[in-house]
Design a protein around this ligand. Structure first.
Ligand code: ATP
Length: 369
């Protein structure tokens, strides 16, 4: 059934999470004005400071509340000197991923027009790939479960399952197909692994090819993680959709963000069968928090990914158009209006960037054709 009215669980978190969320809120207001959309925003607190004050990372019943929303829009949570007694960081985003089975961590890496090129090759501007980090198992299956034996040896065990690998592959093939239809990308899915050394990765690759065979229109390939680290710097424009294990994806997506100007330009979505959470790839950035200089582009583009996902899920053309308008607004602001955030050497602060993109949307200058 088509719906243009959405209930959003909004979780700004702390540090720059709060600042970039404010900028995204201004853009969402613009989208509501320009398109036939309405949002009911339910703010849900949480994070390391919440833990310090209350002893819990989320309010009572918080997980149930966010689970009832159509989508979760998340800023950033975690703080270096507020930790669990065992020394590990407070990371509610990891708990939310596990709780709702958000197995697909979608991290688009796209060069924004007008931003300073990171590589000298002129094909830099053609970078448009998506790293899909499996987010519920792999090496992170050992989170909180690793063992230390007699202070002499430490062990963490990786888990790869057929079910999640099949779902991840299916998700990536559908994503590659949609990208081919909407952006003219090649429709190619390349699994990134270390199948030459570890049984778990050999199994993951076998299941990947079995599942990908159900999508004969999509080209399935493989690449070793070490070679991918090299090739993402040497020829990133050659790649399309890159599914990979959780820890590899964690590392590769920071490398990918580095290719396009840093964490401030890297949006993400965490998708499962029934829920979606949308957040910038960066953390709370305590070093720049409170200064108004964080780049909100990643957060704003994450909101666009949320609208695109809602549009697909609920058959809403208005949501799909709004998603595209946000992306066009970002490209217009950096490409034509010379917007320059602090992280790329400019002087435009968090609010400037949000309001510039919002104005482009309300004025119709970012309307999709
Ligand atoms: P986490 O472990 O929570 O993902 P992290 O340790 O990777 O966090 P971030 O908070 O992502 O750290 O910050 C890494 C660096 O990138 C910091 O120097 C920070 O200032 C910078 N940074 C992160 N996000 C932004 C942004 N939106 N705008 C500008 N700089 C940013």
């Amino acid at each position: 059934m088509t719906s243009n009215s959405f209930h959003l669980a909004v979780m700004p978190g702390e540090g720059i999470g709060v600042e970039v969320m404010e900028a995204a809120a201004v853009v969402l207001d613009a989208v509501e004005k320009r398109f036939d959309l309405s949002f009911r925003q339910e703010h849900v607190p949480g994070g390391a400071h919440h833990f310090k004050e209350t002893g819990a990372i989320l309010p009572n019943g918080g997980m149930e509340r966010i689970g009832k929303a159509d989508a979760i829009l998340f800023g950033a949570m975690g703080w270096p000197d507020i930790r669990y007694p065992d020394g590990t960081e407070i990371a509610p985003q990891l708990d939310i991923r596990m709780h709702f089975g958000l197995y697909a961590g979608v991290r688009p890496i796209r060069a924004i027009p007008g931003t300073p090129p990171i590589l000298t090759d002129e094909r830099w501007k053609d970078i448009d790939l998506v790293i899909v980090r499996e987010s519920t198992e792999g090496m992170f299956a050992s989170r909180g479960k690793g063992e230390i034996i007699d202070d002499q040896e430490a062990r963490d065990t990786q888990v790869i399952t057929r079910k999640i690998t099949e779902e991840l592959t299916d998700f990536c093939c559908r994503l590659a197909r949609r990208r081919r239809e909407t952006r003219g990308t090649p429709g190619r899915v390349t699994i990134v692994d270390k199948a030459n050394v570890f049984r778990s990765f050999a199994f993951m690759r076998k299941v990947f090819y079995e599942a990908a065979a159900k999508h004969p229109d999509i080209e399935a390939r493989h690449h070793y993680i070490d070679a991918m680290a090299l090739d993402l710097v040497r020829r990133p424009w050659d790649f399309d959709v890159l599914p990979t294990e959780n820890l590899f994806g964690d590392i590769l997506s920071d490398l990918g963000a580095g290719l396009i100007g840093g964490m401030g330009f890297a949006p993400s979505a965490d998708i499962g069968g029934g829920h979606g959470m949308f957040q910038p790839s960066h953390g709370t950035a305590p070093d720049i928090a409170g200064k108004g200089i964080a780049n909100p582009t990643a957060m704003i583009l994450s909101a666009a990914m949320m609208l695109d996902w809602l549009g697909e899920r609920h058959g809403s053309n208005a949501a799909r158009d709004a998603a595209r308008a946000i992306e066009l607004g970002v490209d217009h602001a950096f490409g034509k209006l010379n917007l320059r955030s602090y992280d790329i050497g400019g002087r435009h602060g968090t609010r400037d960037i949000g309001s510039t993109i919002a104005n482009l949307i309300t004025s119709g200058k970012a309307d999709p054709q």
